[in-house]
Design a protein around this ligand. Structure first.
Ligand SMILES: Cc1ncc(COP(=O)(O)O)c(C=O)c1O
Length: 348
């Protein structure tokens, strides 16, 4: 048996409906982010039947395969070399470079379509967006003059690179830019896209009124907000689980025997001497997922992994060769395992 990732579609549907309702109560529409599960069809089909505004993905290849009547949004700011695909497969894209926006306009003109964009503002997280302090309002004029581009609004992304938590103060920087644009150009921006699952913790009445859109990935798949990593009551954190098989089970020491160099990945590891322990080898490895993203069941401790082997300590529980061990997963685990073609996807 190859390793399997089990996906509970009913729990996924419940999570999406639960959080979408909560967001709607705060007048926020939501784009569900599909990149973590590689935009796999069974999950996209669930999203198609939920009351979300659209589906967002960072990869063009995923947008290309998504079949939906909802709007498709490209999350990663486009490379200038891929603008023709952006026009072909995305209705909306997030952007921060005027050179790319001009090119999007050219291709949209050729295809005789209007492409919608959200202009990204960096509020300090230091990933994509025009840095809030350097915002030059002339860019709005230039975008408005592009006949095949529609400026839907502005947006930001937080708690990704710089781990900046969305707060009232941080959002005030975005509000100021929004108000200045609207006053200067006598327009109303349709969309203020306030971020990702790290904004969920503000939903208890603390999210500023001017934010009317969030782009949610982890919140849906793990039922948690990501500013503080807390589970959301009423949501599921076990939609995705990993089932792996024991391929070796032996008592061995905890310290390698012999002269010690570097491991298979060129690292010098530290080994703690716990004497002889029961060690199991499982049929999953770094090629599929990094072991720090796996949450073992009670009685099993993760020791480490190589490309194709996960080594665990069996502290308690009756296990034998061929037995399966089921792990819960965090975000990186779902991402890696859904991406690996060596892992069987089992929808339930
Ligand atoms: C621009 C952007 N928005 C939203 C998201 C969704 O983030 P999260 O999974 O934390 O909700 C991501 C990452 O997937 C992203 O890159």
């Amino acid at each position: 048996m190859s390793a399997k990732i089990h996906i509970n579609l009913d729990k996924f549907k419940k999570n999406v409906e639960f959080l979408t309702d909560k967001l709607h109560e705060s007048n926020i529409n939501v784009f569900a982010v599909s990149k973590v599960f590689c935009a796999e069809k069974p999950l996209i089909d669930i999203l198609n039947n939920c009351d979300i505004a659209g589906i967002a993905d960072s990869r063009i290849l995923n947008l290309k395969k998504i079949k939906t009547n909802k709007s498709k949004m490209l999350l990663r700011i486009p490379a200038i070399s891929e603008v023709s695909d952006v026009i072909e497969y995305a209705d909306i894209s997030l952007n921060s470079e005027i050179a790319v926006i001009r090119e999007l306009n050219d291709f949209a003109k050729r295809k005789n379509v209007i492409h919608k964009i959200i202009l990204m503002i960096d509020l300090g997280d230091l990933r994509e967006g025009i840095y809030f302090n350097d915002f030059d309002y002339n860019i709005i004029n230039e975008i408005r003059n592009l006949k095949n581009i529609k400026l839907l609004g502005i947006g930001t992304n937080l708690t990704c690179y710089g781990a900046v938590i969305p707060t009232k103060q941080t959002y005030e920087l975005l509000n100021e830019i929004k108000n200045n644009i609207e006053k200067m150009y006598k327009i109303k921006l349709e969309v203020i896209s306030g971020g990702n699952s790290s904004s969920i913790y503000l939903l208890d009445g603390k999210i500023p009124d001017f934010i009317n859109q969030l782009r949610i990935g982890e919140g849906f798949v793990l039922g948690r907000e990501t500013a503080f990593g807390r589970n959301i009551e009423g949501m599921h954190d076990d939609i995705f689980t990993l089932e792996v098989e024991i391929i070796e089970l032996k008592n061995k020491p905890t310290i390698p025997f012999g002269e010690i160099g570097v491991d298979a990945f060129g690292r010098k590891l530290k080994y703690v001497d716990k004497g002889i322990i029961k060690r199991a080898i499982l049929n999953i490895g770094k090629q599929d997922v990094s072991c720090e993203y796996l949450i073992p069941p009670k009685g099993v401790n993760i020791i480490g992994s190589s490309s194709d082997h996960l080594i665990v300590e069996i502290v308690s529980g009756k296990y034998g060769i061929g037995d399966k061990i089921v792990f819960k997963l965090n975000y990186g685990g779902i991402l890696g395992l859904m991406t690996s073609s060596y892992v069987e996807k089992v929808y339930e």
